[in-house]
Design a protein around this ligand. Structure first.
Ligand SMILES: [Zn+2]
Ligand SMILES: [Zn+2]
Length: 189
């Protein structure tokens, strides 16, 4: 039901626009009302009150300096663990560190990232708009718009996350890439 409704814009496009706005905001070039996590909601055409409520709960979290400092600290620890230098933006995962990837996915900062994405998206699949209700459990996945393995610097970027149900996520991953034995991902689209 309601499947294949699709995006007016691709997640990649939404992400790129959101990141550009965020950057402009950080550099003080943007004077509008842009707030973290808000853009995606606006673009998916949510009702205003619902949007405001969600924005507030996310903003509360983002405004908590402890949360941010802790997250940043952990990200940098993870980077050290993986041997990724701070300025090493062109670093690409070349396989052979699968156990480290598992470590990251089990880590507290990763769990925080997943939760923030779910909160922002109101625990609703952004593809088919399905969500859990009484007697109907919808299993959700926080998907990385820019792939986890290829963009380590965006692993904990909330704007790089989008909520999908398992079914839609499977289709999206299948559509986007195939996996080889080493876990390397190859773009097929
Ligand atoms: Zn779905
Ligand atoms: Zn995914």
């Amino acid at each position: 039901m309601g499947q294949k409704k699709g995006y007016k814009q691709t997640p990649e496009h939404i992400f790129n626009t959101a990141m550009a706005l965020k950057k402009a905001h950080q550099e003080g070039r943007h004077s509008g009302g842009f707030q973290k996590g808000n853009l995606l909601l606006r673009m998916t055409g949510k009702k205003h009150s619902e949007e405001t409520k969600r924005k507030q709960s996310l903003q509360k979290k983002l405004n908590n300096p402890m949360w941010n400092i802790e997250t940043r600290k952990k990200v940098s620890e993870t980077r050290i663990l993986l041997g990724i230098g701070k300025g090493d933006k062109n670093w690409r995962w070349k396989g052979g560190i699968t156990s480290e990837n598992i470590k990251i996915r089990n880590s507290q900062e990763y769990k925080s990232w997943v939760k923030s994405v779910f909160i922002r998206d109101n625990y609703t699949c952004q593809q088919c708009k399905d969500k859990s209700s009484k007697g109907n459990t919808v299993y959700l996945v926080a998907h990385h718009i820019k792939p986890f393995s290829e963009y380590p610097e965006l692993r904990f970027e909330i704007l790089n996350g989008i909520t999908f149900c398992r079914k839609c996520h499977k289709e999206i991953e299948k559509e986007r890439m195939i996996g080889n034995k080493n876990g390397n991902r190859v773009l097929i689209k």
